[in-house]
Design a protein around this ligand. Structure first.
Ligand code: BGC
Length: 712
């Protein structure tokens, strides 16, 4: 308890005092809730995972809760505040929004007695149909790593361990327990692993969760290369690796590969590997005792580093109003305005009549499903929708857009649930403006086979848009979908899964009380045929009426696009998406000039002026893209700035390119190379629309795999 010693020193001292049984108790967690005839472990808080306290040593119980969007307590007791999708936070391009969201959910977890949060999803979006995209932070490694890393910082500043996950390449849900992600080392290092490296470097998470899938044929949780060589070796990661729930397949092999803690093996793994089987592996000499000691030391180190031992979690009341305001702000910053013909938006509150249609907008806003779903304090606003079992329930946050709109609009606001398309169109035809809410429930454990909206919603939007030229569409979903009706609509907002106060946030954006400022954190394809893999064999979920076609594949070939994920794939293939990465409109427009790029003191600095050239105040996100010299390089996001400017105002901005983006991993030399030559700098409104270009000569450099940002 001598807090003047370092976490490492303290961990080593505790380790020396521990018996072998105590060590073995720390390296496996139990499922923290009743399941399949098993009682809940005494002392658990009805959650994802639980390790009993070791009172003799003053070690508190580990109480683990999901997850990325808020405290997902399995017994729903008391409820919690849900952030909007991780994609909304990423769309803000704002590390402070990410930090504030992390701090909010971390504080709620702590007030409920939790000290480990399974938050920090950073798998890159390689396919818009992946059921878990909403838990992650998009397709770009620098953006995703920065957003996830800052969320982790926010959580851990509340003295709660965060868990960066799912390491690595868990980019599809279909067949996730066996699917092998096939990729070459340089591509992984430049893309997916880079996102993890950046998130870990910024956030210093106490733990990292190894994934369900296999990585180049070897299960992630027994993958020596991923865990020992890259994470703990190259990146110098000092914390512990916990398994995903049901991701362990061996005792000795996993232990030797670098797994430090097995999660809920008694429920989800074929057996509890990190008990008798691991003891046997030690007895036979397969695994040295020093490896078990290292597991324990790593866990203890994270407990000390996060402040959990010195400041144990204490029950306290949650201020739902204050926390809801944090969620609302994240949504307000993350909604992306995709289309706004003839400046229909912002709407005027003095409208005489308005039709609100579909999407259960009279009740609330949709959440994504699976382990991350957060139960609202006031309960599910639309209970009883399929599926009955996992990965349901389908939860709606009770923040009804209809009520928020009706509070604001002076004229008549009428609602139609959208099931009767003709009736909805009829209502729309008599209104000044029609707002159609369309929704798609996606969840952990399955992917969509295609990008088509379910439940005839395309027909609904088309009919309403035909009946009323002032039709606004609000999407509540997991990201890019086909929009065959796009050209007929006046405006479209992507609101993701909007979170605890989504209805209020969307309404304020529609009426210009806040200004849209989100930018797409992924490329929006025209349709599935533009994707590197147009089909996902076996995708679907029968219990929601999308029966899977065929069997899930054994492998998924990410070598097709390699490191050219998202906008880089579209550039390489010379295909035009529907909307590019980084795209988003607002109620004014911005221009850039006087671009100057220079190499000085070992840094690439890009300076320029941003002007608000429209007639309203607004927020802009100028983006700097860099292309390395040589053949075959595609442009990469190297930096950005989120800024708010009064109408007519100009601001001088300087952005320093991230040094990681200026180098590429060399598979032969096993290090990072920054080639000498002319680097192309493009100043973008998005990944495809530029206003200003420059070329800068950079000297050659090479970096070893071990880089400073990863070592706290
Ligand atoms: C998910 C993890 C989650 C864990 C515990 C798994 O199904 O993949 O993200 O943290 O369950 O609930």
């Amino acid at each position: 308890m001598n807090s003047s010693l370092s976490p490492d020193q303290r961990a080593t001292l505790v380790l020396k005092a521990m018996t072998q049984d105590e060590k073995f108790r720390l390296i496996r967690a139990d499922f923290g809730q009743p399941s399949e005839g098993r009682a809940m472990p005494a002392g658990a808080l009805t959650s994802a995972g639980y390790v009993p306290a070791i009172a003799r040593l003053g070690l508190p119980a580990l109480q683990e809760t999901d997850a990325g969007l808020g405290m997902a307590k399995a017994d729903k007791s008391g409820g919690a505040i849900s952030l909007p999708s991780g994609l909304a936070t990423a769309a803000s391009f704002d590390p402070q929004i990410a930090y504030a969201g992390g701090a909010m959910i971390g504080s709620e977890a702590r007030k409920k007695g939790f000290n480990v949060m399974l938050v920090g999803g950073v798998d890159l979006e390689r396919d818009p149909r992946n059921g878990r995209n909403f838990e992650y932070a998009g397709e770009d490694p620098l953006l995703a790593g920065t957003i996830a890393g800052n969320a982790v910082r926010g959580v851990q500043d509340q003295k709660v361990i965060a868990t960066v996950k799912h390491y690595a390449l868990n980019a599809l849900e279909t067949g996730r327990n066996t699917l092998s992600s096939q990729i070459d080392e340089p591509a992984a290092r430049d893309a997916d692993l880079l996102a993890f490296e950046i998130a870990i470097g910024i956030g210093h998470p106490g733990s990292v969760m190894c994934a369900y899938n296999r990585y180049n044929a070897v299960y992630a949780c027994e993958n020596d290369w991923l865990l020992n060589a890259v994470l703990k070796g190259d990146w110098g990661y000092p914390g512990y690796v916990m398994s995903d729930w049901g991701a362990v397949h061996s005792a000795g092999k996993s232990a030797l590969a670098g797994l430090d803690q097995e999660s809920a093996g008694e429920v989800f793994d074929p057996k509890v590997f990190f008990d008798q089987p691991l003891r046997a592996a030690i007895a036979s000499g397969e695994v040295p005792q020093s490896r078990v000691d290292d597991m324990v030391r790593r866990i203890l180190r994270s407990l000390f580093a996060a402040g959990i031992i010195d400041h144990p979690a204490k029950a306290a009341p949650i201020d739902f109003a204050a926390d809801g305001a944090v969620a609302q702000k994240a949504e307000e910053a993350g909604v992306v305005l995709l289309r706004n013909q003839h400046d229909l938006l912002p709407l005027s509150p003095s409208l005489k009549s308005m039709a609100v249609i579909g999407g259960h907008a009279d009740k609330g806003v949709l959440s994504g499903g699976g382990s991350s779903v957060v139960y609202p304090p006031a309960g599910n606003a639309v209970p009883g929708l399929p599926p009955d079992g996992w990965p349901g329930p389908r939860v709606y946050q009770p923040s009804a857009p209809l009520a928020a709109i009706a509070r604001l609009v002076l004229g008549k606001v009428q609602f139609n649930d959208g099931r009767d398309v003709a009736a909805a169109a009829q209502l729309a035809s008599h209104a000044d403006v029609a707002v159609v809410f369309v929704e798609q429930w996606d969840a952990e454990s399955f992917d969509r086979p295609d990008m088509t909206l379910p439940d005839h919603q395309d027909a609904l939007v088309a009919a309403v848009a035909k009946a009323n030229p002032h039709t606004v569409v609000v999407l509540e979903n997991n990201g890019p979908v086909n929009m065959p009706w796009l050209d007929q609509t006046a405006a479209v907002l992507e609101s993701w899964y909007p979170g605890a106060r989504g209805g209020e946030a969307i309404t304020r954006l529609l009426f210009g009380e806040v200004l849209p400022s989100g930018r797409l954190p992924m490329t929006w394809p025209k349709d599935e045929s533009q994707l590197p893999r147009p089909q996902i064999p076996g995708a679907g979920l029968a219990s929601i009426g999308v029966p899977p076609q065929g069997q899930p594949a054994d492998t998924v070939d990410y070598r097709i696009e390699g490191a050219d994920v998202g906008y880089r794939w579209f550039q390489k293939k010379h295909i035009e998406p529907l909307f590019p990465f980084g795209y988003g409109l607002t109620y004014t427009h911005f221009g850039y000039d006087k671009l100057k790029a220079k190499w000085a003191d070992g840094k690439l600095v890009v300076a320029f002026d941003v002007s608000n050239r429209g007639s309203r105040d607004g927020t802009d996100v100028p983006q700097v893209y860099v292309t390395l010299p040589g053949e075959n390089h595609t442009r990469r996001l190297a930096g950005w700035r989120r800024l708010t400017l009064k109408k007519g105002a100009t601001l001088h901005v300087e952005i320093t390119a991230d040094p990681w983006i200026l180098a590429a991993f060399d598979g032969q030399r096993k290090n990072w190379q920054r080639p000498a030559g002319s680097y192309r700098i493009q100043l973008g409104h998005s990944a495809t629309s530029f206003e200003g270009e420059a070329n800068v000569e950079l000297p050659a450099a090479s970096f070893s795999v071990r880089r400073s940002r990863a070592s706290p």
